[in-house]
Structures are given as structure tokens and as C-alpha cells.
Ligand binder design. Structure first.
Ligand code: S3P
Length: 428
């Protein structure tokens, strides 16, 4: 049997790539603005590059030098009707946010996605956009991609969101910029707030009245420079790895720890993880920190309610941590996981069960009885980046060899994941 390379623990420092949510928004806002915007620390991974390609297809010049982008914005009026269908790939954020933009532009556009995105719900944005007057056609009456947008005049609405989704909130606010009057989105539980905190940097006035977020239509956007912090959703894999692999001591530099995104740290601390967060900087409204994690004795907890939106993308790796905690962890109120890149409730439970975990799916989450030793197995990312990376972390504590099928899924958000992991394992 091969010795697990992680038996000596993970150690050293790392900086994870730029935040995915902020990267998408930076490109979209800069592309709608007038003037030249510079974006540094951009996430040069498949999902965010889709957003760049969408604007290039509408005639915009965007120069990329690795993780530095220069967007030569001409304002929304400068965007041209694309001659080909727009391709959103695997990217839910591109699909939902761009739907808000395309609904308001005076152009005819069509858009489609890959196999996974084509079965994900689009009615959550199409329905409120139609309330604003948008003309959108699509498969299953617009519930799914492909969609066609005949840009037309929109009117502002007040929309109480039935789903906890920052993508829906952002799509409506973006459409609101093209609408007559004021558009207000009311969210019952706080979701990631990058749209409303970043729009003012591009000259847009946004008000937030206890969760009722409003924009006035017709505001001209002006260019801005954006520096993007490291993605806490990518850092989460190393945070959990360091917590569960004995003998580990890892520092992740320049991680964005926005209060609407740091639920994974809150949950792991509640489980007893040895995590130190040292705020080192503030980029715009985004606090940035060095996060140091040491191997920890974990205890099971219940994760539910408002915290869920704050760690929704981290549930797969949190579930892995729970397999190593004493006692039971219950994750509930997380039905949204079923409509991510895969059904993540099923994908997590299937894969961790194959590795020997005691984990049971429920309607809106999962129940994990901790303290089980994992064993190597043949698993698959099922084409989902976060499932693939969770499996790689699981393999570090598994006895025997693990084979991960479809590992290339990690390219969606973190192309250098395996080499960064090797760096922490072998300090190279
Ligand atoms: C995102 C919002 C979340 C998250 C996704 C990115 C965003 O999706 O899961 O990875 O950038 O707005 P929902 O809006 O569907 O919750």
C-alpha cells in the first residue's frame, strides 16, 4: 500500500487565486462603464473567462495579461449585437447576471450553456425580469437555457426574493440600471453583497435599507480600477485540509473574508478548529486577511438558517470535515445545493460514502456521523469543480489510493489547485 503523502502534514504559505464572484462582477461592471478599467488579481479560470468572452462577442476590447485585465469600456450603449449565440459554459453566475444585462440592452441575443448549466433553473431570474417588462423566450417557457433576449424598455419593480440567491439579486439590480424608475430587491436572508458594495465604485448610487436594496435606472457608469482578493471558497479546501490532516500548519495569504462569505470559518471555529484570521488590508469594501490553520480536534455541530447562504459553496468540504469530527453534524436549510453544478447533496454523499463515511442525504442537507476513518476509493468529480477538490482533500486522510475521475473540473474555478496542494504537501 502506498504511504499517503499527507502523513507529514501540510505546511507553509500559499495565496489562492482571485475571488470568482468578484471577478465576474468586475468584468461586467467595467464592460458597462465608460472609460478604461484595470482589474488586478482576476480569476483566470474557465468560469470568469466565459464572462470576458461574452463581452468580447459584443465587440468590447478586453486585454488580458494573466491575472491583469484592461477593459476598454464604451458604456452600455457601445455594446454591439453579437453575431453568434453567447456561450455561458458551466457558469451559473455568468448566466444569471448576464440575463439581467441582456434583458435591458436594446439588442437581440441568444445564449446557451454546457450540459450542467442547461438543466439549472433560470426561471428564478427570467420570471422577475419579465415582471420588469423583459422579453425573454427559452426552453420550457424560459425555465432553462438556451434563452433569447429581445432587449426592450424595462420598468423598475420591488421584488421580494423567494430564493436566497446573490445571483438573482444581482441580475435584478443590473436590469434595474436599464429600467425606468427605481428597482428594489428585498432579501429575507443576507446573501453575498459584492454587487451592492462594488457598484458605487463604478459611479452607481445604491441604497440599502435593512435588506431592501435599490438602484435608480439610467445612471451612467464610469470606469474604475479593481483589485481582487483571494477567494475564500478556494481557500476553504486548504483550511479544511490543514484542520483534518494531523501535523499541519498552513497560512493562506490575502483571503477575502467579507462577512457575507466567511461562514466556513465561523462553522469550523464552532467545530473547534484552530483558525486565526488576521485582517491585513481592506480593498474597497472587502476585508482581506491572512488565515492560519493548524490540525484540530473537531466536534460535530448543526449548520442551518442564515449561516447556510454564507457558506453554500463550502458545504462539500465542510461535510468532509464533519466526517472527521467527534459526534454528529447536521446540515439543513441547504436545498439550494441540489441545483448547483451538480446535485451537491447527492454528489457529496455518494462520494464520501464510497470512501467509508457515514453520511446520509436529507431533503435539504445531510447528516454526518463523524469519527470514521476514510479509505481510498474510485470517485468522480461528476464534472463539478468543488466536488473534485473536496475529493482531493479527502484523499489526503484516506488509507490507500484514491482515483478521482474527471479531475479537470477544477479548471472551472482553480486551475492551479493540484500544484498548490503539492506545494503545501512537499513545500515545493
Ligand atoms: C454566486 C452566488 C451563489 C454561489 C455561486 C456564486 C455569485 O449562487 O453559489 O457560486 O457570485 O453571486 P446563488 O446565487 O445561486 O446562491
Amino acid at each position: 500500500m502506498k504511504r499517503n503523502p499527507a502523513s507529514a502534514g501540510l505546511s507553509g504559505e500559499i495565496a489562492v487565486p482571485g475571488d470568482k464572484s468578484i471577478s465576474h462582477r468586475a468584468v461586467i461592471f467595467a464592460s458597462l462603464a465608460e472609460g478604461t478599467s484595470r482589474i488586478s488579481g482576476f480569476l483566470d479560470a474557465e468560469d470568469c473567462l466565459r464572462t470576458v468572452e461574452v463581452f468580447r462577442a459584443m465587440g468590447l476590447q478586453i486585454d488580458r495579461d494573466g491575472r491583469d485585465l484592461t477593459v476598454h469600456g464604451k458604456g452600455a450603449d457601445g455594446l454591439k449585437e453579437p453575431e453568434v449565440p453567447l456561450y455561458f459554459g458551466n457558469s451559473g453566475t455568468t448566466a444569471r447576471l448576464m440575463s439581467g444585462v441582456l434583458a435591458g440592452l436594446p439588442l437581440f441575443t441568444t445564449a446557451y450553456g454546457d450540459e450542467s448549466l442547461s438543466v439549472r433553473p433560470m426561471d428564478r431570474v427570467v420570471q422577475p425580469l419579465r415582471q420588469m417588462g423583459a422579453v425573454i423566450e427559452g426552453r420550457e417557457q424560459g425555465k432553462k437555457l438556451p434563452l433569447a433576449f429581445s432587449g426592450t424598455g424595462l420598468s423598475g419593480i420591488t421584488y421580494e426574493m423567494p430564493v436566497k440567491s446573490a445571483q438573482v439579486k444581482s441580475a435584478i439590480l443590473l436590469a434595474g440600471l436599464f429600467a425606468e424608475g427605481v428597482t428594489t430587491v428585498i432579501e429575507a436572508a443576507k446573501t453575498r453583497n459584492h454587487t451592492e458594495t462594488m457598484l458605487p465604485e463604478f459611479g452607481v448610487e445604491v441604497t440599502n435599507d435593512f435588506g431592501a436594496i435599490s438602484v435608480r435606472g439610467g445612471q451612467k457608469m464610469k470606469a474604475s480600477n479593481v483589485d481582487i482578493p483571494g477567494d475564500i471558497s478556494s481557500a476553504a479546501f486548504f483550511i479544511v485540509a490543514a484542520a483534518v490532516v494531523p501535523g499541519s500548519d498552513v497560512t493562506i495569504r490575502r483571503v477575502g473574508v467579507n462577512e457575507t462569505r466567511n461562514g466556513i470559518i465561523q462553522a469550523l471555529k464552532k467545530m473547534g478548529a484552530d483558525i486565526n484570521v488576521e485582517i491585513t488590508d481592506r480593498i474597497g469594501e472587502e476585508p482581506v486577511a491572512d488565515v492560519t490553520v493548524k490540525s484540530s480536534e473537531l466536534e460535530g455541530i448543526t449548520v442551518e438558517g442564515e449561516l447556510i447562504a454564507n457558506l453554500i459553496d463550502e458545504v462539500p468540504v465542510l461535510a468532509l470535515a464533519a466526517t472527521q469530527a467527534a459526534g454528529t453534524t447536521v446540515i439543513k436549510d441547504a436545498g439550494e445545493l441540489k441545483v448547483k453544478e451538480t446535485d451537491r447533496i447527492q454528489a457529496v454523499c455518494d462520494n464520501l460514502s464510497l470512501m467509508g463515511a457515514d453520511i446520509t442525504p436529507t431533503e435539504d442537507g445531510m447528516i454526518i456521523k463523524g469519527g470514521t476513518a476514510l479509505r481510498g476509493a474510485e470517485v468522480s468529480s461528476k464534472g463539478d469543480h468543488r466536488i473534485g477538490m473536496m475529493e482531493a482533500v479527502a484523499s489526503l486522510i484516506a488509507e490507500g489510493e484514491t482515483t478521482i475521475h474527471r479531475p479537470e473540473a477544477i479548471n472551472i474555478s482553480y486551475p492551479d489547485f493540484f500544484s498548490d496542494l503539492e506545494h503545501l504537501l512537499y513545500n515545493r
